[in-house]
Write a protein that binds this ligand. Structure first.
Ligand code: ZN
Length: 280
């Protein structure tokens, strides 16, 4: 049975990563339903990330069409995920450039998801690295934060980021390591380079010892919370379709780990989300 969080405090949550255009929702929920449940759970801001040109367009359309619906502020990112790196063409890059040019006027706050995924290997690794590098150049050129997706590719990912860092091509706050699954050591290096660390459902999973340890060692000013909806549903709803309204479970777990109240954790992560994505 679905146990929906109806958070009753006064704090507001920022789900900094939710793919609410996903096809998984089309049979069961409208965007209005999702946003209504956000409102009932204290979620007042949501960033909709992209993973391909198609979903970039969907994210931007949705953020513009539904911004303010149920009182929820919506934002978008554009970018090509490592899974889709094989489909990155000059036309894709031209689209990304035009989107980044429009930027905040179209509610486009960031580039992403970009990065490396050697777990699924859906694009050849050399192609993933090349497309990651091209998009890092775009983030530098357009001076936008980026959303990093990294899975089982920490070594190569850090190598590439280090080279951009040393060349002075990373902003002082370059972006967020979304759904952080790397080691404590790697997370510390990312934090030194200026990254935020994004925590979501896996933080609440009972068998996960690594992520709480990373959270414990991440300074407050670098933490954001996210759901990665429709995936990675937090406990106790694991197995169901995820929605931004569940971000309160992530926040509650974070508060428990850090020894603060959920309201304090919500406030800090909300403010961090705004700084990360340059939201006024
Ligand atoms: Zn995602």
């Amino acid at each position: 049975m679905r146990e929906t969080v109806y958070y009753s405090g006064s704090a507001e949550f920022f789900d900094t990563h939710a793919h609410i255009y996903d096809r998984k929702y089309t049979d069961c929920s409208t965007v209005e339903d999702i946003l209504r449940r956000c409102r009932a759970s204290g979620v007042t801001s949501v960033l909709i990330p992209a993973d391909s040109e198609e979903t970039s367009r969907a994210a931007v359309d949705m953020a513009n069409k539904y911004d303010g619906c149920e009182g929820i502020a919506l934002y978008a990112s554009v970018g090509v995920h490592p899974h889709e790196a094989k489909d990155y063409t000059p036309d894709t890059e031209a689209y990304l450039r035009s989107a980044l040019e429009a930027g905040k006027t179209q509610k486009i706050m960031a580039l992403g998801e970009i990065g490396l995924d050697y777990y699924y290997d859906l694009s050849e690794r050399s192609v993933q690295r090349e497309v990651f590098g091209k998009q890092l150049e775009l983030a530098y050129e357009y001076d936008v934060p980026f959303i990093l997706h990294e899975r089982d590719a920490t070594g190569d990912c850090l190598d590439i980021l280090r080279s951009f860092y040393k060349a002075g091509k990373l902003r002082s706050l370059p972006g967020v390591c979304h759904c952080c699954s790397c080691s404590l050591e790697a997370s510390q290096e990312l934090i030194k380079m200026g990254f935020y660390i994004g925590f979501d459902g896996p933080l609440t999973f009972k068998n996960n010892k690594k992520t709480p340890e990373v959270a414990r060692n991440t300074p407050w000013d670098r933490i954001v919370i996210e759901t990665d909806s429709p995936y990675l549903t937090p406990e106790p709803n694991r197995g169901l379709i995820n929605e931004p309204c569940h971000v309160a479970y992530v926040c509650a777990k974070l508060a428990e780990i850090k020894g603060v109240t959920i309201d304090e954790a919500a406030q800090i992560t909300y403010d961090n989300g705004k700084i990360l994505y340059g939201v006024k």
